[in-house]
Ligand binder design. Structure first.
Ligand SMILES: Nc1ncnc2c1ncn2[C@@H]1O[C@H](COP(=O)(O)OP(=O)(O)O)[C@@H](O)[C@H]1O
Ligand SMILES: [Mg+2]
Length: 370
C-alpha cells in the first residue's frame, strides 16, 4: 500500500500543508525543529489514530487553535481510499471514504505503518509497558479483533481491581468466579494472539539478525503469565488455578497481580539477554531486525507492504545496516525518510527519491524523481 497525498490543517507547527508522495522513496529534509518529525507523525496518526510520541491528543493541535485535521488518500490493493481524522481537544472523529467510523478497531487495521525512530531503542532497554504497547499497536493493525479483545480485557481488569479494592473483606464467591471466568477467557485469547505473533517474528528475525550482524541464535522470548497449552480449556483452568493461588496476595495488594497486563518479552543472542548485556550496537540491530521482521509479517498476513516511516535513523546507522535497510526499501515498499543531512543518504537512493525540503512548517522546495 502507499499514501498518495496528505493535507494537514492546524497540525503541530503546520497551519496548512498539502503534499503528494512518491510511490517509492520520499526524503523529507531540513534543519532541526522545522516540522519533519511532525509530518511523519501526521501519517502515523492518520493510520493509527494516536501519536507514537505523545499520549495527549491536544499536543497535536497547533498552538492557539481549537481543532486539527489530517486527510490522506491511500492506495490499498490499488484502490484509492480516503482516510480522514478530525481532532479537537476532547473529541476525535475518523472517516473512511466520507463515512464516519464509530469503532476504532475497524479503522486502525486498514492503513498499516511500520515506523523506525531513535527512541525505538527503548523497546530493548525500556520498561515492559513500552513492549506491551508495541504488541498492542502491531496486533491491532494486523487483526481488528485484537483491539476489541484488549478493550474487553482492560474493562474486566478494572472491574476486577475495583471489586478487590472495595470488597476484600467480604467477597461474593459466586460473583467473583463469574467475573474471573470472563477475565480468564479474554486473557487467554490475548495470550494466544501475542504468542502467535512472537512465534511469527521469531521465524523471520533469526535470519534477518544474522544478515545484519553475522550473529546466530538471536530470538525473542515471550515472558508471560502462563505456559502455552495445546488445549485452550486447559490453559483457562490453569490460569484460574493460578488466580486462586495468589488470591491472598491480591487481597493484600488490593489489585490483580497476574495477567496479560503484566506481559513482557525480551531479546536474546543465545542465552545472553540484550537488555542487560548487549552493546548499544547490538541493541540497535535488534530493533532494526524487529522492524524488518514486522514488515515480513505484514506482507504475509495482509498480502501487501505496509508504509515504512524512518525518522532520523540514517545518521545513526553504519553502512552495513544502512544497506540492509535500503535492500528492504527497494523491494516495493513505500518509504518516507526524514533527515537533517541529505549527505547521510546514499547518492543512488537520493536519485530515485522524491525530495521535500521543509522549513518552519511549510514546503520550501520539492524535487520529483527524474
Ligand atoms: N502543537 C504545536 N503547535 C505549534 N508548534 C508545535 C506544536 N508541537 C510542536 N511544535 C513545534 O514543532 C517544531 C518541532 O518539529 P519537529 O517535527 O519535531 O522538528 P524536526 O524537523 O526537527 O523533526 C518545534 O518548533 C515545536 O515548537
Ligand atoms: Mg525530528
Amino acid at each position: 500500500m502507499y499514501i498518495k497525498d496528505i493535507r494537514l490543517s492546524n497540525f503541530r507547527n503546520y497551519k496548512t500543508l498539502s503534499l503528494t508522495f512518491h510511490k517509492g522513496i520520499n526524503i523529507i529534509y531540513g534543519e532541526n525543529a522545522q516540522g519533519k518529525t511532525n509530518l511523519l507523525e501526521s501519517i502515523y496518526v492518520l493510520a493509527l489514530t494516536k501519536s507514537h510520541r505523545s499520549f495527549i491528543d491536544k499536543n497535536l493541535i497547533k498552538e492557539d487553535c481549537d481543532s486539527s485535521k489530517i486527510i490522506g488518500n491511500v492506495f490499498l490493493k490499488e484502490m484509492s481510499t480516503k482516510f480522514e481524522i478530525a481532532l479537537t481537544s476532547t473529541k476525535k472523529q475518523f472517516k473512511i471514504d466520507g463515512d464516519v467510523i464509530k469503532k476504532t478497531s475497524d479503522y486502525l487495521s486498514k492503513m498499516n505503518i511500520v515506523i523506525f525512530y531513535p527512541d525505538d531503542l527503548e523497546l530493548v532497554k525500556g520498561s515492559p509497558n513500552v513492549r506491551r504497547r508495541f504488541l498492542n499497536i502491531e496486533l491491532s493493525q494486523l487483526n481488528s479483533l485484537y483491539y476489541n479483545v484488549l478493550n474487553d480485557y482492560n474493562r474486566l481488569l478494572k472491574m476486577r481491581n475495583d471489586y478487590i479494592k472495595n470488597n476484600f473483606n467480604q467477597m461474593d464467591e459466586n460473583y467473583f468466579s463469574v467475573l474471573n471466568s470472563y477475565f480468564v477467557e479474554k486473557a487467554v485469547i490475548l495470550f494466544k494472539m501475542r504468542k502467535k505473533f512472537i512465534d511469527k517474528l521469531n521465524s523471520y528475525i533469526i535470519d534477518i539478525f544474522y544478515h545484519i550482524s553475522s550473529l546466530k541464535n538471536f530470538h525473542i522470548q515471550y515472558d508471560s503469565f502462563i505456559e502455552y497449552e495445546e488445549k485452550e480449556d486447559e490453559m483457562k483452568k490453569k490460569f484460574e488455578n493460578i488466580l486462586l493461588s495468589v488470591r491472598e496476595k491480591e487481597i493484600r495488594y488490593r489489585t490483580t497481580l497476574i495477567g496479560p497486563h503484566r506481559d513482557d518479552f525480551s531479546f536474546y543472542i543465545g542465552d545472553m539477554p540484550l537488555k542487560s548485556f548487549g552493546s548499544q550496537g547490538q541493541q540497535r540491530m535488534a530493533v532494526l531486525a524487529l522492524k524488518l521482521a514486522e514488515i515480513e509479517i505484514f506482507k504475509s498476513y495482509k498480502k501487501e507492504s505496509p508504509i515504512l516511516l524512518l525518522d532520523d535513523v540514517f545518521s545513526e546507522l553504519d553502512d552495513c545496516k544502512k544497506n540492509n535497510l535500503l535492500k528492504y526499501m527497494k523491494e516495493d515498499i513505500q518509504t518516507i525518510i526524514t533527515t537533517t543531512n541529505l549527505s547521510d543518504i546514499d547518492e543512488s537512493i537520493i536519485k530515485q527519491s522524491k525530495r521535500i525540503e521543509i522549513k518552519n512548517g511549510s514546503i520550501k522546495q520539492i524535487e520529483e524523481v527524474k
